[in-house]
Design a protein around this ligand. Structure first.
Ligand code: ZN
Length: 355
């Protein structure tokens, strides 16, 4: 009973959703297009990708989408096919009944999108974020056992990556490439569906806030409850807020994203999906001080004590990540280019394993 109450309380105050719907759709479509354009991709895989991406876009089309499209949380604006399924995990996280469970974990979908690393630190250190990164655990502190009760609070992201990868491999092996009722099919167990789920969790993995208990960077505002929501600032607000369209910032972002897509190389050589996911969280964690410092630089108090947040100033703030100087805009581009490359690498691995 106590455990159930704790789980409910944690659900109410736990993590947000990660990269917005528009971002998941775009990162997934770019990943698929990159694989289709690559001579090294198996021909039968390319044919499958063409089936599950109803609308293809070149880079000019992607730029236009980033600057002008709005998706928000509306599944009807996903574009359909695998782009529908890449949005579903967030839809379920928000809208699935409280008592609905993801098996085998027996936990709500909302807990599948993150892993709060500080909760695994050994010894009697405080399980709180520290700006000098001293509260980061060691890789070997993360136990590969989803029954470990710390996951009820910390979140199951590496396990969600692993199970959706396994389901994708199985669907490919059993030749369930598309839904039995067509690409518009909804309730199915096809490779199209699991490719969408897998892409979603792989992409959430590179959002640095999804690796920490401090998922809104509130520690940089002395943990005040009224602090600005840095989580949404880092992800969807700049690219998909109906009240403010940030045309200059979006245009600048496209340029750095396009160059990160060309230049950034995935540092993960680990082929095990669970271990790779934990490694991505560990590396992404090191972006948190830059995000927090930029947030403080961009936030000022209005005379009525509410916050004014200067989003452009936030993204142009420059600091260091792992000894490398970069702006928040460049850091976000790197993390999103990485999300594209993780999606490509794991889809390709699943295809090879399933065939
Ligand atoms: Zn998510």
């Amino acid at each position: 009973m106590v455990r159930i109450v704790i789980a409910i309380v944690l659900l109410m105050c736990s993590q947000l959703l990660a990269w917005g719907g528009k971002e998941h759709v775009q990162l997934t479509r770019i990943a698929a297009q990159g694989l289709m354009d690559d001579p090294a991709t198996p021909e039968d895989m390319k044919a499958w990708l063409r089936q599950i991406i109803p609308e293809q876009r070149d880079l000019a089309g992607e730029r236009d989408f980033l600057l002008n499209a709005s998706v928000a949380t509306d599944l009807n604006r996903s574009g359909g096919g695998v782009l529908y399924w890449v949005m579903v995990p967030d839809d379920l996280a928000q809208n699935a009944p409280r008592d609905s469970k993801v098996e085998p974990f027996g936990m709500h979908e909302r807990l599948m999108h993150f892993i709060e690393l500080e909760l695994f630190v050994a010894g009697n250190k405080q399980r709180k974020f520290a700006a000098n990164l001293s509260a980061k655990p060691l890789l070997e502190d993360i136990r590969r056992d989803w029954r470990d009760e710390r996951y009820i609070q910390a979140g199951y992201l590496p396990f969600a990556v692993e199970t959706s990868y396994q389901r994708l491999v199985l669907a490919i092996r059993e030749n369930r490439l598309e839904p039995a009722d067509g690409v518009g099919g909804r309730d199915d167990d096809s490779a199209m569906r699991w490719a969408g789920y897998l892409a979603h969790y792989l992409q959430d993995n590179t959002q640095p806030h999804h690796s920490t208990v401090d998922f809104k960077s509130r520690s940089y505002f002395n943990d005040r409850r009224d602090a600005p929501d840095i989580h949404k600032e880092l992800e969807w607000r700049m690219v998909d807020d109906e009240r403010e369209s940030f045309p200059e910032l979006r245009s600048a972002y496209w340029d750095v994203l396009a160059s990160a897509l060309r230049e950034f190389e995935d540092p993960i050589s680990q082929t095990d999906p669970w271990l790779a996911s934990v490694e991505v969280s560990f590396i992404s964690y090191d972006c948190l001080p830059l995000i927090g410092e930029a947030a403080v630089a961009a936030a000022t108090r209005n005379p009525d004590r509410t916050w004014h947040f200067d989003t452009a100033r936030f993204f142009h703030h420059t600091g260091e990540v792992g000894g490398v100087k970069m702006s928040v805009l460049q850091m976000k581009a790197r993390q999103q280019a990485w999300a594209v490359k993780r999606t490509q690498a794991m889809w390709l691995a699943a295809w090879r394993e399933g065939r």
